[in-house]
Structure formats: structure tokens, C-alpha cells
Design a protein around this ligand. Structure first.
Ligand SMILES: [Cu+2]
Length: 156
């Protein structure tokens, strides 16, 4: 009597073990769910990679200032703002501030000039920090407004 009952318990135990074993076996559905999750993860990674790429493109745009040419004018610069032009063409460029035309300076672009790469000019006390600068073609000049008043950088 007792051993028959014990046998049923064993059988039940084996059945439940078998059931557990089946659950642990990878099913076709389980596999596809994992594949979907993997695909979603890959798409997320791709999206963040694309976002990083876009950011890099924006930075690249920022690093390429407009070319200096007659008639060019920057936005009004508030305190601490800066604007840049790249001077690719040899010649003389007359720079002025549109709100205060008495503010003037000259950029001479000469082949073989020692000054090249990046040149910084401050705007302070309603004046450009330099009267004349001589730079080689390809030089980027960046003006930074140190005044509380707004100025800009325009080219005659
Ligand atoms: Cu000004």
C-alpha cells in the first residue's frame, strides 16, 4: 500500500521534472523573441551611431567659417560671442562694425605671411584689437566681443 503511494509521488516528481525540463528547452518562439530583442538592440545602436554622426557633421560645419568676401557681415555679437572668416584670397580686406562704422581694421592677406592657421582678434572699448593684421591665404580670423555693447564684423 505504502509503496504504491510512494511510487505515485515519485512518478509525479518525474513528471514535474520533465515539465521543468521542457520549459528550459529553447522553443522556436523563445528563439525568435531573442532574435527580435537582438534586432531592436542593433537598431538602437545604429540610431545612436547615426546621432553621433550627425553631431560630428554639425561640429564640422562650425569649424568651417564662411569665406571672407566683400559684403559679408556677421550677426550682432553679444558679450563673449565670436565670429570667424577664412581668408583664402590674397588682397586687402577692410573690416568694420555695422552699428559703429568708426570701428575699422584691415586684414592683409599675403602669400608667404608668417601669420597663418588661426588668428584671434578681440573687440573691446568700441574698437578692434588690431588696426592691421597680415595673414597667409587660408588663415581663419576669429573676433570675440569683450564689450557689453553689441558689435559685428562686416567686410567692405
Ligand atoms: Cu560696434
Amino acid at each position: 500500500m505504502g509503496s504504491k503511494k510512494f511510487g505515485l509521488i515519485i512518478a509525479a516528481g518525474i513528471l514535474s521534472l520533465a515539465a521543468c525540463g521542457q520549459e528550459e528547452q529553447p522553443t522556436a518562439d523563445g528563439g525568435s523573441e531573442a532574435a527580435v530583442a537582438e534586432k531592436e538592440k542593433t537598431e538602437k545602436e545604429k540610431t545612436s551611431a547615426e546621432a553621433a554622426e550627425e553631431k560630428t557633421e554639425e561640429e564640422a560645419v562650425e569649424e568651417s567659417p564662411p569665406e571672407a568676401e566683400s559684403g559679408a557681415a556677421s550677426e550682432l555679437l553679444s558679450n563673449g560671442d565670436e565670429t570667424s572668416y577664412v581668408f583664402n584670397t590674397a588682397g586687402e580686406f577692410s573690416i568694420f562694425c555695422e552699428p559703429h562704422p568708426v570701428m575699422q581694421m584691415t586684414v592683409l592677406v599675403e602669400e608667404g605671411s608668417e601669420q597663418t592657421g588661426k588668428v584671434a582678434v578681440d573687440i573691446a572699448d568700441y574698437a578692434f584689437g588690431e588696426k592691421t593684421i597680415t595673414v597667409a591665404p587660408g588663415t581663419t580670423v576669429t573676433w570675440t566681443n569683450q564689450d557689453q555693447a553689441q558689435h559685428n564684423v562686416a567686410i567692405k
